[in-house]
Write a protein that binds this ligand. Structure first.
Ligand SMILES: Cc1cc2nc3c(=O)[nH]c(=O)nc-3n(C[C@H](O)[C@H](O)[C@H](O)COP(=O)(O)O)c2cc1C
Length: 207
């Protein structure tokens, strides 16, 4: 152990005076002003039951005290991994701000009502695309996808497009949220919030 390191049994955690969800909202609002596109893009990591990780980008669609929501195909690789191992991690990186946020916790499905409401808000083409894409499964060629889009476009005509059963959202319920800020000479600032007794504790970490 490094001679100046605090003993591992004495973590330097204190009761947080700031709400990490509000702080995340403030950082996201700043990112929305300075990022060229998709400030809500986030790398989402999931893992198989035996712990083999996989990661991909998704879009954060909602955040509040309950957690961080994204939508996807439930039969995709991430969907299948989350069904078997309902834990995930997310990393945001806003290059224009030189800031990053890391979120970890358990994942739960959003309600059917929430998924319906978000699905209904999407562009008609995206709703048809959700039906046409067998996300993460092998595609024999671009034509097969275009044909599926044409078939669903014909099928739904100008009528309602219901949300596919295999398409919904997940909420990552955070138990750890880290706020990282770039500082000179790589002496970055790391503030970590840990969920504790219904509230949050905070600690700093070496960069
Ligand atoms: C910026 C960006 C945003 C994306 N947003 C989503 C999303 O919200 N939901 C989704 O299912 N895939 C999204 N994708 C596509 C995924 O990264 C990925 O290709 C897809 O979900 C399949 O991943 P999987 O096979 O690991 O399940 C996005 C990709 C990028 C680059």
């Amino acid at each position: 152990m490094h001679p100046r390191e605090p003993p591992l049994d004495q973590p330097a955690r204190t009761q947080a005076t700031e709400d990490p969800i509000a702080l995340f909202g403030a950082w996201m609002a700043e990112a929305a002003k300075s990022e060229p596109n998709d400030p809500n893009a986030v790398c989402l990591a999931t893992a198989t039951p035996d712990g083999r990780p996989s990661a991909r980008m998704v879009l954060l669609k909602e955040v509040d005290a309950r957690g961080f929501v994204f939508y996807t195909n439930l039969e995709s690789r991430k969907g299948r991994e989350l069904a078997q191992n309902p834990f995930a991690a997310m990393t945001f990186h806003w290059k224009s701000l030189q800031r990053s946020v890391r979120v970890e916790g358990a994942v739960e499905p959003v309600t059917a009502e929430e998924a319906d409401a978000y699905y209904a808000s999407r562009a008609r083409g995206s709703r048809i695309g959700a039906w046409a894409s067998r996300q993460s499964r092998p595609l024999e060629g671009r034509f097969a996808l275009e044909r599926a889009v044409a078939e669903y476009t014909m099928k739904f005509g100008i009528g309602e497009i219901p949300r596919p059963e295999f398409w919904s959202g997940f909420r990552l319920v955070p138990d750890r949220i880290e706020f990282w800020r770039d500082m000179p000479f790589r002496l970055h600032e790391r503030r970590v919030f840990h969920r504790h007794d219904g509230g949050w504790e905070i600690e700093m970490l070496y960069p």
